[in-house]
Design a binder for this molecule. Structure first.
Ligand code: ADE
Ligand code: ZN
Length: 326
């Protein structure tokens, strides 16, 4: 499983920070973060709102471009060990200088330098998808969209929205998404995780995204499932995340295989792997064990991910070659 070449479209850079990495920074900076870890040193949270609180607390010790450089290298090293050859990481300027454009440029330079080093040393290609955070509100999102506009190019290829889907509406973020679209960025939105089918419809209608982060609750509306399949909307599905956060009781109850069988473009990602005790290999193993996925299914999700990736044509062709070489 580990050696199957994998593409990951949904990975939050800060959410991928190993707990030990955050603990080391906290002790170096004299910050007491003991409340966010359990007795074994793993991230400890009760439910989704508490997860967001713990996540944001962990981010408080990521305070410099050097921290993000080191984080990017650590995360990409781990991904490369899982057979990931292409990863689109969600980058949040909110946690990199609070959305200030000059600060963001410094953070981005550090992240991009680490990504270039990882590509040379470990053979993993990373692209960035700038992400605003829903519960921080539309004004913050506009500032984040400006960061995205200013940095759109070969490395920054997308724009998205994460955070608490229960707050505000996609249309509140239309301005930010319009700005990102005008800058030529690919668009994705977290929806259909804590909101139902109407939340997915609203993201498609009001933000005009081509991909949906999660989107799994579309399964509750067969007409929406048909629309997704017909319109080629691709879902960034993160089964381990959905199970760890209590959306589904088990992989057996997860709708990924039903969505795939209905013709929806599904891909597989880990979201925030250390929070959910998962890896890309573990996700693949669970899909093989519970749904009998094998080479045809794994090839298909890699091809779907490659087509839906927001990278430029040269990068897509290079990744396609690596897939074919396997
Ligand atoms: N940010 C990081 N992980 C997330 C998730 N699963 N849903 C919404 N926002 C997030
Ligand atoms: Zn996510």
């Amino acid at each position: 499983m580990t050696t199957i070449p994998k593409l990951e479209l949904h990975l939050h850079l800060e959410g991928a920070a190993p707990p030990g990495f955050i603990r080391t920074l906290a002790s170096r900076k004299g910050v007491d973060l003991s409340r966010i870890f359990d007795a074994r040193g793993a991230y400890a949270y009760r439910d989704f709102p508490d997860f967001l609180r713990v996540y944001e607390a962990a981010c408080t010790v990521l305070t410099s471009p050097q921290d993000f450089h080191d984080l990017t290298l650590a995360v990409l090293e781990h991904s490369a060990e899982q057979g990931v050859i292409y990863t689109e990481a969600f980058l949040s300027p909110d946690f990199c200088g609070g959305g200030d454009l000059d600060a963001w440029r410094d953070y981005l330079a550090a992240i991009e330098a680490a990504a270039a080093q990882a590509e040379t040393d470990m053979g993993i290609t990373m692209r960035g998808c700038i992400t605003c955070i829903r519960h921080f509100g539309p004004d913050k999102a506009r500032a984040i969209a400006r960061c995205a506009q200013e940095s759109a190019g070969r490395f920054i290829t997308g724009f998205g929205i994460a955070g608490n889907e229960a707050m505000l509406q996609p249309r509140d973020f239309a301005y930010a998404f319009d700005a990102a679209r005008e800058a030529g960025l690919g668009l994705t939105a977290h929806a259909g995780e804590w909101g139902g089918p109407e939340s997915v419809r609203a993201a498609l209608r009001d933000l005009r995204v081509t991909r949906i982060g999660h989107g799994v609750r579309a399964i509750e509306d067969p007409a929406l499932v048909d629309d997704l399949a017909e319109n080629g909307v691709v879902l960034e599905v993160c089964p381990g995340s959905n199970i760890a956060l209590g959306l589904y009781p088990s992989i057996a109850a997860h709708p990924i295989d039903r969505l795939r069988r209905a013709g929806v473009g599904v891909t597989v990602s880990t979201d925030d792997p250390p929070f959910f005790h998962t890896t890309m290999t573990r996700e693949y193993q669970a899909l093989a064990e519970h749904f009998g996925w094998d080479t045809p299914e794994f090839d298909a999700i890699a091809r779907t991910a490659l087509e839906a990736a927001f990278c430029d044509a040269d990068t897509r062709a290079a990744i396609a070659q690596r897939l074919e070489a396997q």
